[in-house]
Design a binder for this molecule. Structure first.
Ligand SMILES: [Zn+2]
Length: 112
């Protein structure tokens, strides 16, 4: 497997990531999303490739907060199909095993 490096300014990058904006690579160029991997405990890792250097980077995507879980739970209780609290409207959560997961963040927001 290719080694991937951690990114420094994760907070700022996460914001861009959730907004679907272009993310700048530390080497110039921008980051191309290769995939998202869910880890134990609800955390996910996004893997990127730099468009300029082809180096790989990874970014940890924090697990669902209490508030986010409640937001999704409330939508479910009202009979709605919940969207991802971070990606916003139109980013429908999908069932993955026993969880409702956002395909873009890899984070589980509720039990299906
Ligand atoms: Zn999401």
């Amino acid at each position: 497997m290719v080694h991937s490096w951690p990114l420094d300014n994760e907070k700022q990058l996460l914001k861009a990531y959730y907004a679907g904006k272009r993310m700048e690579s530390p080497n110039g160029g921008f980051l191309i999303l290769l995939g998202v991997r869910a880890l134990e405990g609800g955390v996910a890792i996004a893997i990127f490739e730099c468009s300029a250097s082809s180096l790989r980077y990874e970014m940890e995507i924090p697990k669902a907060t209490r508030t986010e879980r409640k937001q999704v739970r409330d939508a479910l209780d009202e009979g709605d199909d919940p969207d991802c609290p971070r990606h916003g409207e139109g980013a429908r959560l999908v069932r993955a095993g026993k969880d409702l997961v956002c395909p873009a963040c890899g984070v589980a927001y509720a039990r299906a």
